[in-house]
Design a protein around this ligand. Sequence first.
Ligand SMILES: C[C@@]1(CC(=O)O)C2=NC(=C\c3[nH]c(c(CCC(=O)O)c3CC(=O)O)Cc3[nH]c(c(CC(=O)O)c3CCC(=O)O)/C=C3\N/C(=C\2)[C@@H](CCC(=O)O)[C@]3(C)CC(=O)O)/[C@H]1CCC(=O)O
Ligand SMILES: NC(=O)c1ccc[n+]([C@@H]2O[C@H](COP(=O)([O-])OP(=O)(O)OC[C@H]3O[C@@H](n4cnc5c(N)ncnc54)[C@H](O)[C@@H]3O)[C@@H](O)[C@H]2O)c1
Length: 197
Amino acid sequence: MEENQLFPVFFKLHRLHVLVVGGGNIGLEKTQAMLQNCPQSNITVVALDFLPDLLEIAQQYPNITLIQKSFSCGDLLGKDLVIAATNKRELNYCIWEKAKGIKVLINVADTPDLCDFYLGSVVQKGNLKIAISTNGKSPTIAKRLKQVLQEAIPDTLDEVLSKLYVIRDRLKGDFTSKVKKLNSITDVLVRPESESV
Ligand SMILES: C[C@@]1(CC(=O)O)C2=NC(=C\c3[nH]c(c(CCC(=O)O)c3CC(=O)O)Cc3[nH]c(c(CC(=O)O)c3CCC(=O)O)/C=C3\N/C(=C\2)[C@@H](CCC(=O)O)[C@]3(C)CC(=O)O)/[C@H]1CCC(=O)O
Ligand SMILES: NC(=O)c1ccc[n+]([C@@H]2O[C@H](COP(=O)([O-])OP(=O)(O)OC[C@H]3O[C@@H](n4cnc5c(N)ncnc54)[C@H](O)[C@@H]3O)[C@@H](O)[C@H]2O)c1
């Protein structure tokens, strides 16, 4: 079976600055995806024109800046991540070349082979977050799986997380004994039903 070799990480987008090039459907979708996860995301969108929804978003979120112009190299300066989402393949390739030149991580929406990272489908329950990737094979299946998990995971799980956080904070002892204690408290979550009392 082919393996998915992507390594998931969770970015703190309020501490980074993201450049999105393209203000059409995909520029909008990716911007919305970031804002849904982190309303304080710092995002600059550069495009020749913007969908009305993006104009509205920029009104609503102070950390979203829209710049109406053609992409130029200078737009990359000071950015940590880039999403190239124009409808021009050659331009997206050119943005990729420039970004690689200054070692900025880039996602090229129309060319998975050029992407340093993919956006995932995201399940959210309070503090819990699960990111799903199909290795680029089927974003639609990622979206469907997200809907299934969103329903299947009880809302009460966030209460469990909060309680465990309190316990974790109160535990005394060295690292090894804390890990042992936390594993023993949560063992019930993974013990087969036949073994539970
Ligand atoms: C998960 C999600 C996150 C997000 O965007 O926030 C995401 N795509 C979503 C939706 C979606 N994208 C597309 C459809 C149409 C149906 C279909 O094609 O299935 C739908 C479904 C819909 O919109 O309903 C079309 C599409 N997508 C890519 C290409 C280019 C290509 O494959 O060549 C094309 C073809 C363009 C064309 O044909 O012209 C590429 C990528 N899309 C990825 C992520 C990355 C791989 C993630 C993974 O590993 O699974 C990757 C590689 C790069 C990236 O974009 O980061 C988000 C789900 C949102 C949610 O959870 O609700
Ligand atoms: N990764 C994904 O999830 C995904 C999904 C569907 C489509 N795509 C791909 O994403 C690409 C964009 O699709 P779309 O529907 O957003 O297109 P679109 O036509 O709606 O928007 C294109 C945007 O690019 C901007 N643009 C064009 N030339 C520019 C320039 N020189 N400088 C700055 N901005 C410029 C335009 O102003 C516009 O805002 C397509 O190639 C499509 O195949 C990716």
